[in-house]
Ligand binder design. Structure first.
Ligand code: BGC
Length: 453
């Protein structure tokens, strides 16, 4: 601990500092849960659902053609046009649409009408309204998939709570919204999770990629399992294809209480103010939607107890969610003993004229929260690698926390090495455009499968 940091602050963040023993325990517990999710008998009561994605083919590099893609999953909504020209040339045009926050908790109809409207606008701008291109829909929420183009929403996560969607086939809801407009021709051939898009996109260039990971607004991973182990897939014993991508939905790990030993009182406060209390326990310890709020809660607790900022609290920092997760990356980007980014963050929060020990304390709190996130993520990846029982693997990764936090990659790598059996080699690679190129690749698989019928 830095010498300038008050011991009271050290005590407050102690709960975030998980040691090797606890990490090993997390791996053991997660291994059990993943096995339960995969097995037919235990799937219904499993918390890590291990959903079958129905994607059985990794890219060959020979996929070609034009595809549309939709990307809905967190803070942004995008429409993309992807042209797979050759294995080294992929053209992507995309447009982000301003996603009104009210849509996140409004009616399902309003949400899907907005998606259809944006899609229509995009198609008209690019002269695609009469083309009937195949579309891959990256929908980054837990889906019970009944085929490549049929997915029932199991629950909303990441702050969404639109009415009338849980329990419904999301592809039909999109199609109905498109049909209500009647001004574009769209053929939704595949719906996929963002982790699956990330894996596919990375595998296009790195054939040894077998795991897709997202550490962004939410967190989740998928991996390539043997089809015979994917017991919830109808054809698990008869399919001629040896592999199946499994969407773990690891965010729900701990919803049955098995993660209490790595949670803190601050985690419990965050959980209570979300639209899905008691759900997505692992995700709430790891992902960008929650990390900033965890830091803020520790800070205001320390201010109230008089251990930071001379007890002086700004209005801004009292607002829920005002400490953005991006601030953690900013604060931790300063070199030791320097506070340029930290000063900027503090001034945005209306906290002026504080002393070096306060800034050190803030950094210490940020490090505690981000390093727990990286450690838990490392546990998750190690669980999956052990389950796959392989000695070499590439992991494709996307998400704002992984991309922008200055030390996340190194922390992940360091802790994975410590937890893995000696001799297991892995590479962590940023996967570009999972929800564009990845969605197009899954759509290409779907089109190919249909043409063989
Ligand atoms: C969702 C997952 C998604 C992850 C990352 C989670 O909240 O349940 O489906 O992959 O966020 O976007």
């Amino acid at each position: 601990m830095p010498s300038l940091v008050h011991t009271e602050i050290e005590t407050a963040v102690k709960g975030f500092l998980i040691d090797q023993e606890k990490m090993t325990e997390v791996v053991e517990r997660m291994t059990k849960e993943i096995k339960m999710g995969l097995a037919k008998d235990t799937h219904a009561r499993a918390v890590i659902k291990c959903f079958v994605s129905h994607v059985q083919d990794l890219p060959t590099g020979k996929e070609r053609g034009k595809y549309l893609a939709l990307d809905l999953g967190g803070s942004n909504f995008r429409v993309l046009l992807v042209n797979l020209i050759s294995n080294s040339d992929v053209e992507i045009m995309s447009k982000g649409y301003n996603f009104p926050l009210t849509l996140m908790s409004g009616s399902g109809k309003a949400l899907f009408d907005f998606l259809a409207e944006s899609l229509s606008e995009f198609c008209h701008t690019h002269g695609l309204e009469n083309e009937s291109l195949p579309l891959g829909f990256t929908f980054s929420f837990p889906l019970q998939q009944q085929g490549l183009s049929k997915g029932i929403l199991v629950a909303w996560t990441k702050g969404f709570s639109c009415e009338g969607v849980v329990g419904k086939n999301v592809v039909s809801l999109l199609q109905e919204a498109i049909d209500r407009r009647g001004d574009i021709k769209i053929n939704t051939v595949a719906i996929l999770n963002d982790t699956v898009g990330t894996l596919m996109s990375c595998a296009f260039y790195h054939p040894n990629c077998r795991i897709g990971l997202i550490v962004g607004t939410g967190s989740n991973a998928c991996y390539v399992e043997k089809t015979v182990n994917a017991e919830c897939f109808e054809g698990y014993q008869t399919s001629p294809k040896p592999s199946m991508i499994i969407n773990c939905e690891w965010g729900a790990f701990g919803d049955n209480g098995v993660l209490e030993f790595v949670r803190t009182s601050y985690d419990k406060i965050v959980d209570k103010v979300t639209p899905n209390p008691g759900k997505q326990t692992f995700e709430k310890c790891i992902s960008g939607m929650y990390m900033g709020e965890l830091v803020r809660l520790v800070v205001i607790d320390m201010i109230a107890k008089g251990f930071m900022f001379h007890g002086i609290i700004s209005e801004k920092i009292q607002e829920r969610w005002s400490f953005k997760t991006a601030y953690i990356s900013d604060v931790e980007s300063d070199a030791p003993g320097e506070y340029r980014n930290c000063n900027k963050v503090l001034s945005e929060l209306g906290i002026l004229g504080c002393q070096e020990p306060d800034k050190e304390a803030l950094r210490y709190i940020c490090e505690a929260v981000s390093s727990r996130s990286a450690k838990l993520c490392a546990c998750g990846l190690v669980t999956i690698i052990n389950k796959m029982n392989i000695n070499e693997v590439v992991i494709g990764i996307d998400g704002s926390v992984y991309r922008f936090h200055p030390k996340y990659h190194d922390m992940l790598q360091y802790h994975m090495k410590k937890l893995l059996k000696p001799g297991v080699k892995f590479e962590l690679i940023v996967s570009e455009d999972g929800s564009g190129r990845g969605a197009a690749l899954v759509a290409a698989t779907a089109v190919q499968a249909k043409s063989k019928l």
